[in-house]
Write a protein that binds this ligand. Structure first.
Ligand SMILES: *Cc1c(COP(=O)(O)O)cnc(C)c1O
Length: 379
């Protein structure tokens, strides 16, 4: 077979999506260029109304990124030095970074092995750790890792008992739901990201927060633009340059016209992978009532290196989220952890591998992915 070049399978395929919606996107961007309201133009209001409706909440505020979205509630609620905010270590940096940047203390919590999300029992023990260190427990940030909603009921029980509010890190999960309730409505306030590779992505950076809390919404509204009150001449707090560009809002409105269909395609491919792979690896699971948007399709296996090599030989890329948990990274190593440590997090870092899964992955490419994984087991 020398000389044959195997066409690589795309890990995500924004090009195929672009071809599908090119006419609509180009026209929408042209309208922004024409009206010239590049910041907080009419597209932003329209997008916020549609996102709030989809999330089943009273208020949505779009903003500059997912990280900005996580920061706005912390600023609005005055989180700062002496406060403990409980976060997983098995997550993207932003979840803990926004806390540390406020001068507050991220306290790391372990996760469930099968579902990758925060373990409420470890949260209880982390709250005890924080109290013993003289910190005030304020907030908990469960993460909807890989597109599946976190255990919000379990986290809520502990949060209620200890007077914490819940900020959902929904950066990977917009469009998912739990017991029929959409992501955005599962926490006191939820933050999502529209980074291009997220299930709903724009053509640059973007994010949004969702809440039913009127007072919090007003405070975040001020935080988004340098602490400006509704009259703009009165500063009510510190804030950020937190706005979303009109062009990104215009792109997102076009992407929303195909988003439900894309989510169904993702579901279908995830089901097909599960059907053909569950005898050789631990495939991702869903809790009762969960619907995932499959931001990543992440396996657990003790043969990770073999799988990665086998797929690479078939022209199939893989990704590892997350190879080094945050508590083992230098900037975060000194922050406190739940009693008993984070054994599941540390095990997962050696076990996980994510496969290509996007709405434009055709049946042939799905078969190549399946064959590549199975080949690592001689199956
Ligand atoms: C992507 C991501 C973020 C940050 O979003 P940005 O838009 O890149 O700032 C935060 N948390 C998690 C879990 C993410 O995956």
């Amino acid at each position: 077979m020398t000389g044959t070049v195997v066409r690589p399978v795309p890990y995500i395929d924004l090009h195929a999506q672009r071809q599908r919606i090119a006419a609509g996107v180009d026209a929408a961007i042209a309208r922004v260029l024409e009206h010239g309201g590049f910041v907080m133009g009419p597209e932003v209001d329209e997008l916020e109304a549609e996102l709030a409706q989809r999330a089943g909440v009273a208020h949505c505020l779009t903003c500059a990124s997912g990280t900005t979205a996580l920061s706005m509630p912390l600023l609005a609620r005055g989180i700062g030095p002496g406060d403990a905010v409980f976060v997983p270590s098995f997550t993207f940096t932003s979840t803990a970074e926004v806390v540390a940047l406020r001068g507050a203390t991220p306290v790391f919590v372990d996760v469930h092995r099968a579902s990758f999300d925060m373990d409420p029992r470890s949260l209880e023990s982390a709250i005890a750790t924080a109290r013993a260190a003289g910190l005030t427990p304020r907030c908990v940030i469960p993460v909807d890792l890989f597109g599946r909603p976190a255990d919000y009921r379990g986290v809520q029980r502990v949060a209620d008992e200890h007077g914490l509010w819940i900020l959902g890190d929904a950066a990977q999960s917009f469009g998912a739901s739990q017991h029929g309730r959409p992501v955005g409505s599962l926490a006191d306030v939820s933050a999502t990201s529209f980074y291009p590779s997220k299930p709903l992505g724009c053509y640059g950076d973007g994010g949004a927060v969702f809440t039913d809390d009127e007072e919090l919404f007003e405070r975040m509204h001020a935080v988004r633009v340098h602490g400006q009150g509704r009259d703009r001449d009165t500063l009510v707090s510190f804030g950020l340059t937190g706005r979303l560009d009109s062009i990104q809002a215009a792109v997102l409105l076009q992407k929303l016209t195909i988003f439900d269909d894309e989510c169904e395609q993702r579901d279908r491919i995830a089901a097909r992978y599960a059907e053909h792979l569950s005898d050789v690896v631990d495939v991702p699971t869903l809790g009762p009532g969960d619907r995932s948007v499959w931001a990543q399709y992440t396996l657990r296996t003790d043969r990770r290196d073999e799988i990665v090599r086998s797929l690479d030989r078939c022209g199939v890329p893989t990704a590892i989220f997350y190879r080094r948990p945050l508590h083992q990274q230098a900037p975060y190593a000194h922050f406190p952890r739940a009693g008993g440590g984070l054994p599941i997090t540390e095990a997962l870092a050696n076990e996980v591998v994510s496969l290509p899964l996007h709405p434009y992955l055709d049946a042939d490419d799905q078969d190549r992915v399946v064959a590549g994984v199975r080949a690592a087991f001689g199956a």
